[in-house]
Design a protein around this ligand. Structure first.
Ligand SMILES: NC(=O)c1ccc[n+]([C@@H]2O[C@H](COP(=O)([O-])OP(=O)(O)OC[C@H]3O[C@@H](n4cnc5c(N)ncnc54)[C@H](OP(=O)(O)O)[C@@H]3O)[C@@H](O)[C@H]2O)c1
Length: 323
């Protein structure tokens, strides 16, 4: 088998693709032939040594994969050779095969490609957790999505439309906004040249109910100011790099709330609830309420390009490695 190996912490260019012995399942494990591995911001943090968890060197990065089960160990129940599955494996996903335990797996709906499945869990579960359990977005409300052409942003557009909200998508270019319209956004705002607060207030008829913010920096405050009475600002991430400071008088006014969203920590602390969340979100794919877009594919050998394109703002949407 082939695997991307981090022998030395640093930039993605440090990564090497190496031959490794083939895998065999231990008791309670399955082996999955990886058809695609999702590339996420956190993979870059692991490789740079900037994540809170620091695995010993050398390690194989990559958490999210999708593929086909090729071997089943004794006592691994619920899955058979030939099943198409997606899995969150922690580390080891940037490889042509991985070992996983059944509780890390889910069956892939027939209509979903392996590439889309490998890019699914982090984006769509974050959104389902943020909007379904933290901000409680409901039908008839209006949501403003920042960085809306990105991985979690596109998922937020689709989830918002699926539950009956009006979705205002905001992004930095017209090309990115075209993808937001294709994903179902009702209104678009180009915050490179439009005033975000004014445009969002106008588009919502006075103030948005929910803001979904994975970008941060100088966008968070105007988005907070664009919220109406009982507005909820979901803090998802800081893709522009800087963590903004907010004027708390703007939270007091109109009885607004700022809502923290840490899906990863919640999922680790509540694994059963996370499995239910994943199953519910995959069911929305099976019934056609969510249609995850096809990510950009890179061959395994181009892992450094995939990670650099993601970290340096050249990628639009999600990326996967194809072994
Ligand atoms: N809280 C959680 O549980 C959770 C879960 C998943 C992800 N996250 C975080 O959410 C953030 C977004 O994730 P994602 O998968 O949507 O990432 P992404 O697709 O790479 O980025 C989202 C958007 O942010 C803007 N952006 C990205 N990189 C940038 C850069 N270097 N400089 C300026 N703008 C940049 C882009 O929007 P525009 O160009 O249109 O502005 C992009 O479409 C990340 O920080 C990630 O770690 C958090």
């Amino acid at each position: 088998m082939r695997a991307v190996v981090c022998n030395e912490l640093g930039p993605p260019s440090n990564l090497a693709v190496e031959e490794r012995p083939d895998l065999a399942p231990g008791a309670g494990e399955v082996v999955i032939d990886v058809e695609a591995a999702g590339v996420n911001f956190v993979d870059g943090l692991f490789v740079a040594g900037e994540y809170q968890l620091k695995p010993p060197l050398p390690f194989v990065p990559g958490n999210e994969i999708a593929g086909t089960i090729s071997a089943v160990g004794d006592g691994a129940r619920g899955y058979s050779v030939g099943d198409r599955v997606l899995a969150s494996v922690g580390l080891g996903g940037f490889a042509s095969a991985v070992v996983a335990r059944p509780n890390a797996l889910a069956h892939v709906p027939d209509q979903m490609s392996s590439a889309a499945a490998a890019a699914f869990t982090q984006s769509y579960c974050t959104v389902a957790f943020a909007l379904g359990r933290r901000a409680n977005l409901v039908a008839g409300e209006t949501m403003l999505v920042l960085g809306a052409a990105g991985g979690v942003g596109t998922a937020a557009i689709q989830y918002g439309k699926a539950i009956g909200a009006t979705v205002i998508a905001a992004a930095s270019s017209d090309e990115r906004l075209e993808r937001c319209t294709a994903a179902g956004a009702d209104v678009t705002i180009n915050y490179s040249h439009e005033d975000l607060k004014t445009a969002a207030r106008e588009a919502s008829g006075g103030g948005v109910d929910v803001v979904f913010d994975p970008v941060g920096h100088d966008l968070t405050e105007p988005a907070l100011r664009a919220m109406g009475e009982f507005g909820r600002l979901c803090i998802i991430g800081f893709a522009r790099g800087d963590i903004p400071k907010l004027p708390t008088n703007q939270v007091l006014l109109r009885n607004r709330s700022v809502v923290g969203v840490d899906w990863g920590a919640w999922g680790m602390a509540h694994p059963r609830e996370q499995r239910v969340l994943l199953a519910d979100t995959l069911a929305m794919v099976e019934t056609g309420r969510l249609s995850p877009p096809e990510p950009t594919s890179y061959p395994l050998d181009r892992v450094a390009d995939a990670l650099s394109d993601l970290l340096e703002h050249r990628l639009v949407g999600k990326a996967v490695l194809v072994p």
